[in-house]
Design a protein around this ligand. Structure first.
Ligand code: NAP
Ligand code: GDP
Length: 317
């Protein structure tokens, strides 16, 4: 009998960003027509534009990564922007996923949106059990609403919207801006400049806070696994294990060693440390996926530094 196999469409919002570009590297393993889009293709804060995009692409699957993203200091200084843009983007994307009958939408939260005062390790059930740390409450509340919004759609209309919760992500195609970025890309850029000008490599805060970091290429694999094989609609933390947690000081040393600039690290304690730790459990992930080999942080940071130096003129910074 004649078999008509039609390729499905997958829309990756935030496709020009760090995680989107990591998924793009794996494109040949994805049996879909993939559309990796950024804000120049469609401003998702605008509902009419979002609707036009969905009616043009007619996505069967959506990986929703687009967001107003930043490190601790961007979150502290731009609360209205972090809240409004994320609320708008998420509302428009989910509404269109529903209106255009998307089969599955995978949305992205973050472990930094969990309550500040909490027992460790953090698990998926704890997301709404108290206020977030005040340094990033605007981003956190907007992202928390994304989880509830998915739940309401799933309950009312039997959609298949699921949230993943990654820890602090780093990798190639990151935002390497000195003020707004997350800690790893910020320090990669700073150490590069410090060595060039033979100045101190200044790390903000005390260096004592603890973080779990995930390499963007690893996260891309896990997000695709969620899209294809994770059958539940309950949120799932995508993280390295608790033993992989490192201090900011350790991260600074890893970066400085790669640049051979280790003797020049200095901590500027005038800056806030943010939340001390956000230790998350990846028990649910491992129970569901079986085994997963995470890239060691030294390897991921080395690859990120190589990419940053090779793309210095054109990367986001
Ligand atoms: P990123 O590199 O900053 O990329 C953000 C993406 O969103 C870009 O493609 C950007 O497009 C797009 N975007 C922003 N505003 C938009 C708008 N108004 N309309 C359409 N697209 C818009 O982000 P990422 O680090 O890959 O993060 C991916 C996801 O993971 C986000 O949902 C983020 O909240 C989450 N997350 C990130 C971290 C982290 O450490 N980075 C940790 C946990 C969770 P243009 O570049 O073209 O403007
Ligand atoms: P978080 O994990 O959500 O808190 O976000 P970040 O990736 O911004 O990490 C913040 C932690 O790194 C805080 O303890 C900061 O004090 C520390 N840190 C040290 N230097 C920098 C820097 O240049 N940029 C950023 N974003 N954080 C830094």
């Amino acid at each position: 009998m004649f078999q008509f196999i039609m390729k499905l469409n997958m829309l990756i919002t935030g496709g020009t960003g760090m995680v989107g570009q990591s998924i793009k590297k794996m494109q040949e393993n994805i049996p879909f027509n993939c559309y990796f889009l950024g804000s120049k293709d469609c401003d998702l804060t605008n509902y009419e534009e979002t609707k036009k995009l969905f009616s043009k692409i007619k996505p069967d699957y959506v990986i929703h990564l687009a967001a107003c993203v930043g490190g601790l200091y961007k979150n502290m200084n731009n609360k209205v922007e972090m809240f409004e843009k994320n609320i708008l983007i998420n509302t428009h994307v989910l509404k269109c996923c529903y209106e255009f009958n998307v089969k599955k939408c995978v949305c992205c939260l973050s472990t930094c949106i969990f309550p500040d005062k909490i027992t460790y390790p953090i698990d998926e059930t704890m997301l709404h059990n108290g206020p977030p740390h005040d340094s990033n409450d605007a981003y956190a509340y907007a992202k928390r609403m994304l989880e509830k919004h998915c739940e309401f759609y799933n309950n009312n209309f039997n959609t298949n919207f699921v949230c993943v919760i990654p820890t602090n992500i780093y990798g190639t195609h990151d935002n390497y801006n000195l003020e707004d970025s997350h800690v790893i890309p910020g320090l990669i850029h700073k150490c590069y400049l410090a060595k060039l000008s033979k100045e101190k490599f200044v790390v903000k805060g005390t260096g004592k806070p603890l973080r779990q970091f995930i390499y963007s290429n690893d996260l891309a694999k896990l997000i695709l696994w969620v899209a294809s094989s994770y059958k539940s609609k309950e949120s799932i933390i995508l993280s390295v294990g608790e033993k992989e947690e490192v201090s900011i000081k350790e991260v600074a040393i890893i970066i400085a060693k790669i640049y051979d600039y280790e003797e020049n690290i200095e901590f500027d304690t005038k800056f806030s440390d943010g939340q001390y730790k956000k230790t998350a459990s990846n028990k649910k992930l491992i129970e569901n996926i079986g085994e997963f080999e995470f890239t060691p942080i030294q390897v991921g940071v080395q690859e990120s530094i190589q990419w940053f130096i090779s793309n210095y003129n054109n990367c986001r910074k």
